[in-house]
Write a protein that binds this ligand. Structure first.
Ligand SMILES: [Zn+2]
Length: 344
């Protein structure tokens, strides 16, 4: 039987304590396997998977800020008195690794595991993006303040104020994060033997990024997939779409009933795999056609975006962003993959 409980998150800004209604829902997926489902907030957190191994705990992914990870840690402590021994970072995006410090300070012996590619990408792309976000956020916060001054509706004002509070708290925390890098890397596969179960950590090919890891719990028939598969809309910004299709094919060969994705609800079965592969295949075929017809990227966007929205707009969840908001960036990536560096 599944059960849920809610966790309130208190973010502390540099100026005042602000209670914001960011929450995780803890869902029991199988015996000793839980999903911490992140609710939307100004800066999205990822879902975490909590896997009890007998003598310790393995967690998958570590949120966008340590205070959010600490909320997951509080939940882990309600579930078990065993320590977290391993944190698997599925890929280099900030909402999956920036909160890792909270685990290091709570359990100093914890190992952080990623693929080789992800460790390198955190250094070369993840950390620079985080610094870029620190520079970019004050401008975004100013825009929210302008928006706040322009509305008079009480409810709307409250919502914008909440977004502003979350943005300011996020910026304050981002500036003081002590980053933790993976302490152990995987090239293809790694088995972790607990006293009650064995977990497989798998790199099966490029996909959402070049370093995506899957965590497979064979006895519970659960797979944890990061952003290589979730119940929302796929984002291709750092993706290898053709490889991604092949990688998902390989994952589907495993024996599992439940999938804990990096965002959104826990999935059952393999239906979402089929939807994502169909979307990538359709997107890439259309990008190839647009290229063959000599279209510029801008022309391709204009013709392809409405077609994709009509065909797929309602078939994906709205996390991390609604389909219509991701479609242009996904077309850009598809077009660049098929056309190479010539396209501007
Ligand atoms: Zn991602």
């Amino acid at each position: 039987m599944k059960y849920l409980w809610m966790v309130g998150l208190l973010l502390v800004s540099s100026t005042s304590s602000l209670a914001v209604d960011n929450v995780f829902e803890i869902e029991r997926v199988a015996d000793g396997v839980y999903a911490a489902i992140a609710k939307p907030t100004f800066r999205l957190n990822c879902n975490a998977a909590i896997i009890l191994m007998g003598d310790g705990v393995l967690v998958v992914d570590s949120e966008s800020i340590p205070s959010a990870a600490r909320e997951v840690i509080a939940e882990i402590k309600r579930i078990t008195d065993k320590p977290v021994k391993y944190v698997v970072i599925t890929h280099f995006h900030g909402d999956h690794f920036q909160g890792a410090e909270a685990y290091a300070s709570t359990w100093p012996g914890v190992q952080f595991i990623s693929s080789d590619a992800t460790r390198e990408s955190i250094l070369k792309r993840g950390i620079p993006r985080m610094k870029g976000e620190i520079l970019d956020l004050p401008g975004r916060i100013d825009k929210i303040k302008v928006e706040l001054a322009q509305v008079s509706d009480k409810k709307q004002k409250e919502q914008i104020q909440q977004r502003l509070d979350q943005a300011e708290a996020y910026l304050a925390e981002l500036k003081s994060i002590g980053l933790v890098l993976p302490t152990q890397t995987v090239d293809h596969d790694l088995r972790i033997y607990g006293t009650t179960r064995t977990v497989e950590i798998l790199w099966l090919g490029r996909g959402h990024t070049d370093g995506d890891l899957f965590v497979y719990v064979p006895d519970a028939k659960v797979i944890v997939s990061g952003d290589a598969l979730h119940s929302g809309t796929p984002t291709l910004t750092d993706a290898s779409p053709y490889d991604w299709i092949r990688t998902l094919d390989l994952v589907e060969k495993l024996d599992f009933d439940y999938v804990i994705g990096g965002h959104g609800d826990v999935m059952r079965g393999k239906e979402t795999f089929e939807l994502w592969k169909e979307y990538f295949t359709y997107l890439m075929a259309n990008a190839v056609n647009a290229c063959a017809e000599g279209k510029t990227l801008d022309e391709a966007r204009k013709t392809l975006a409405p077609t994709l929205i009509a065909k797929y707009g309602t078939r994906f969840g709205n996390i991390p962003a609604p389909f219509a908001r991701t479609v242009d960036a996904n077309i850009d990536r598809a077009f660049r993959v098929v056309s190479g560096p010539r396209v501007q």
